[in-house]
Design a protein around this ligand. Sequence first.
Ligand SMILES: C[S@@+](CC[C@H](N)C(=O)[O-])C[C@H]1O[C@@H](n2cnc3c(N)ncnc32)[C@H](O)[C@@H]1O
Length: 342
Amino acid sequence: MRDPSKMTESRPARGPRATDLTRAAGGAPTLHELSSATDAPDTPSPPTDNPAAGMPPAHWAAEDGSAQLWLGDQAEIFKRLADESVDCIWTDPPYFLSNDGSTCRSGRRDSVNKGAWDRSRGQVADDAFTEAWLTECRRVLKPHGSIWVSGTLHGYLLVGGWLQRLGFRLLNDIIWEKPNPPPNLGCRCFTHATEIVFWAVKPDARGQTRHVFHYAAMRTANGGRQMKNVWRLLTAGAGERRHGRHPTQKPLALVERALLASTDPGALVLDPFVGSGTTGVAAIATGRRFIGIEQDPGYAAIAGLRLAEAVGARDAGTPEPPAVAAAPTAVRATRPRKRKTP
Ligand SMILES: C[S@@+](CC[C@H](N)C(=O)[O-])C[C@H]1O[C@@H](n2cnc3c(N)ncnc32)[C@H](O)[C@@H]1O
């Protein structure tokens, strides 16, 4: 196996291009990428073109177009997004775990139900839903782009299967370990204290993958040792929930670490299941750009407030410090050609 610590720091990863996000085939409506071309990944240029061209009005958008949120069904909004137009996807789809069971919340028995959006519609329908949105993710993701998908036992088997069948290259299963899980009230199985976040990459037309991995930054952030795929992080605290409650809100630190590891500054990040907007806030706080989709007006309102606050802090030069420091250069990790078998 190739020792990652011996990987050479290759040329800096390519910065965002002023790519036209118009769908190549079919002449469907357009969405233009936000940034102008740059080869300097650490000095992202401000966006120059109109990202909302051809799209229905955004529910919320930053004045400079660096972050936008659409209210609606992801299946419909996806149709407006051009092939190979986003650098990274970080998303947290429905878990299908709202099965009328109970959990413990703040020391009290409570329903596990999150909402109608989280109900299983049966194995066949859940499978078709997962195939459909992951197929769209693959279409809009640039070659070598990263996709991160979080989930619990109820949904990650489906997601993992479709990531493989759709030809993504799986890089890691990040185990997010929660030090503060709710107790298991039934006492008939172990307390659920983890979620899985798959990290996969889209190969190019020749089946090659040269994804961004800020290896050195992750090692530095881990006290000089290689960072493991077990990330022990608290769930989102009251501060992160100050604009309203979402039942499955992810902690900012989880998403920030993933974006800092797998994208360059200025990268365009998509989340088709926005919820309270954690992916967008993490993207803005780390100097990336964001487009997101949420179908629930209440959650979209919370996300809009959080995004506006993050953009305000960024523009005032007082963004919340990300959980992991950004690296000056990227390592382009390539699959080793030959492997010695022991
Ligand atoms: C698991 S939650 C995401 C939580 C988010 N990661 C956060 O930190 O707040 C999934 C979200 O997807 C939304 N959703 C479900 N189906 C959708 C669809 N077809 N189109 C758009 N949004 C959808 C739900 O309303 C819910 O807010």
